[in-house]
Design a protein around this ligand. Sequence first.
Ligand code: ZN
Length: 394
Amino acid sequence: MKTQKTNIIKDSINYLKIFVPLSIKAASFLHIGQAISNPLKVSYIKKEKVLGLLENIGFVLGKYPTRKDREKYFTATTIEKLLNELFNPTTEDHTQKIQQVSESIDKHLKQSIKTELFFEKDVSGFYSQEIKTYSYNRNGSCMAGKPRSYFKLYDLINEDEQQVQIVGLKSGGLVVARALLWRDNNTFYLDRIYIADFLQNSSIEQLQTELFLKVKRTYKLDNLNTFNKSHIIEHLKQTHKKRFDLLVEKNKTRDNKIKIYFCIKYAYPTFEIEVDQDNFNNIGHYPFADTFKYVIDTGSSLNFNISSDDDETKYILDCTAGEITNKEKSLECMDCGGSYDEEEDGIYYSELEDNYLCDDCSCYIEERGESCSRDNATYNNYSGDYHYTNDLHN
Ligand SMILES: [Zn+2]
């Protein structure tokens, strides 16, 4: 497989040589091939470096560099950058040819990407991208690359036992897909699966399904609830269409009801996560959460839940800048239902309504010296004043 990919890169460069003149430095790029650390890149070694290695450490690079040589001494770059170093385009046509070849190699590398499953127990290290064995990609998550302190909550959750870890697919060190995997004894929940941006258009559902199936197999689960339930079921139906249609047909004749089980009961977890209240309060920053976002106060501990019960919810993990929404400190406008921080402007208590109103929903009544809801205000065309509607009927 590997030699085949190497040939495609080499073949493409040879093809380009027919149309575009080489640059003067082209001859010093040796052993161009697919990079090890990031299979979407190419790597090479320069002639000067080979000589330098020989002179300084007595290292002799063989005719066929090993994976280890490539990883240790080679330079990885994008195919586009490399082609622009190798060639010396002088016309618009040259530039276009380089662009075309670079795109087709790029496409080939993406399509032939082979992934393997990984588990990472250090959740905060992974999110903050401090673990250098991975090469991180933009993947649509707003939390990636934030400081480690933002993810302290995960360390707290894992303090006594590992309840959450990162699972993902990687190719070399390149992270292609990843999600949080939650665990409560032998019940698991696979949280939202993020796919690297560069693969967004091609294969989101396919990669989500691949990760789901691999995790399910690893833990030998009959059921694995997952955030991306609908994507995965749709993909399984499409890829096993014949078998699926047959199953539908069979089930129809039996009881005229379609009951096909895809090993995913729910798109949400069936358990809660508990943390100590004091420890929770001592954290400086909080992460944004896709699933366990509502924090419920039970008195002795805080429970992370999936639904917001207005009376019990104390905090919501819905901020991406390290903050947390404190439900107890936020007030709701009686009219629009908008929620406002009591310490900020924009909401106040109306004596007339005996309730909270935001600026947009309130109307100042001159003769009362107070505000009421716009719904309860009547405009006097003659005087140009507003009246509290109840006053007019009394
Ligand atoms: Zn309002």
